[in-house]
Design a protein around this ligand. Structure first.
Ligand code: HEC
Ligand code: HEC
Ligand code: HEC
Ligand code: HEC
Ligand code: HEC
Length: 194
């Protein structure tokens, strides 16, 4: 091959690698929007609410998770502002009394056992330690679903090039184990698997 040919060949290889790098995540994940354009920033900012007002631990230690529509309706039966996001929320969900089909980025596979109680009550971890900045966002994150497993991108598979992105803070088995090891916790698969 001539020098020129080698250069062209190398250029071609680099270009297709680059393209694959960009296209690969699109090929393995589908993106879905949350049903409502909910803003954590507004609710914990100007609306003055705390995380626990919506995401509380029940007396029995189980987690409320994403609050039921009933709780939102207390403030949103009538519009409190003038935004399209609120109007849409009221028309599609509050008035017909239909629960928004929220998507949970952190949702674990059926065979994983997780409880917030030891982490939040006993270990006193902050929400952000595992969930990153989701509690302060102005718009919900786009939910990315792995086409093969059907799980959220946060919990399944290695990040591309093994580099953790800003949204991948601590929902994978490796993340759980890393922190448990550092805390000197005993390890059996059955600690976390049913
Ligand atoms: C007015 C009720 C309300 C308040 C207050 C609130 N949240 Fe939320 N939270 C929601 C709703 C609704 C969703 C689902 C939409 C979304 O993902 O943004 C959600 C989703 C989340 C999620 C995403 C779970 C996942 O894996 O997809 C996290 C994490 C979260 N909230 C943390 C927080 C933190 C931390 C605070 C306090 C700083 C907070 N929230 C305050 C209503 C609330
Ligand atoms: C304590 C009262 C209160 C509760 C409870 C509450 N909100 Fe709100 N919400 C507000 C206020 C105040 C605003 C700001 C209205 C404005 O000025 O546009 C707002 C704004 C919104 C908006 C418009 C956001 C935007 O970007 O303009 C949506 C959508 C919304 N809320 C959904 C929800 C959902 C879903 C829940 C239940 C998980 C909920 N709210 C619970 C008070 C509340
Ligand atoms: C040790 C890591 C960790 C900490 C700390 C943590 N979470 Fe979570 N959270 C998780 C995991 C894992 C899940 C998924 C649970 C499942 O699917 O069984 C989850 C799920 C959630 C969900 C979705 C629940 C649902 O299924 O509807 C919300 C909302 C949430 N967490 C809010 C919070 C808030 C608010 C705090 C702080 C008070 C917090 N989390 C602290 C790991 C954590
Ligand atoms: C940032 C650190 C941290 C992360 C991340 C974390 N954990 Fe933990 N976890 C702890 C600590 C500390 C305890 C012990 C709390 C105590 O009992 O004082 C604990 C306790 C537990 C327990 C209870 C064990 C028992 O015997 O009571 C389970 C189950 C568990 N974690 C599962 C998980 C799973 C599943 C994940 C990942 C989705 C996870 N943890 C992520 C720190 C963490
Ligand atoms: C500290 C908690 C923890 C321990 C201990 C743990 N796992 Fe996991 N495991 C998880 C979490 C969380 C997931 C889901 C997220 C993921 O796939 O990374 C998972 C996922 C898996 C999966 C994939 C399940 C699926 O449906 O895709 C397998 C298989 C597995 N673990 C096997 C094991 C074995 C075998 C052990 C013991 C050597 C073990 N795990 C110990 C937390 C744990």
């Amino acid at each position: 091959m001539t020098f020129r040919g080698t250069l062209l060949f190398a250029g071609g290889v680099l270009a297709s690698l680059g393209l694959g790098w960009i296209a690969f995540p699109h090929a393995i994940y589908t993106s879905r929007q949350q049903p409502v354009e909910f803003s954590h920033k507004i609710h914990t900012g100007s609306a003055g609410m705390q995380c626990e007002d919506c995401h509380a631990l029940r007396e029995d230690g189980s987690y409320v998770g994403i609050p039921p529509l009933e709780q939102c309706a207390g403030c949103h039966t009538e519009p409190t502002g003038q935004t399209a996001a609120e109007k849409n929320f009221i028309e599609k969900y509050v008035t017909p009394n239909r629960e928004p089909p929220w998507l949970v980025n952190a949702r674990q596979p059926e065979n994983v056992w997780f409880s917030h109680t030891p982490h939040v009550r006993l270990a006193k971890l902050t929400c952000a330690r595992c969930h990153g900045d989701q509690g302060t966002l102005d718009k919900p994150r786009v939910y990315q679903e792995d086409r093969i497993s059907g799980y959220s991108r946060d919990i399944w598979g290695k990040p591309v090039a093994n580099v953790k992105g800003p949204t991948q803070t601590g929902m994978k088995m490796d993340d759980c184990i890393e922190c448990h090891r550092a805390a000197g916790l005993e390890h059996s698969c059955l600690d976390c698997h049913k």
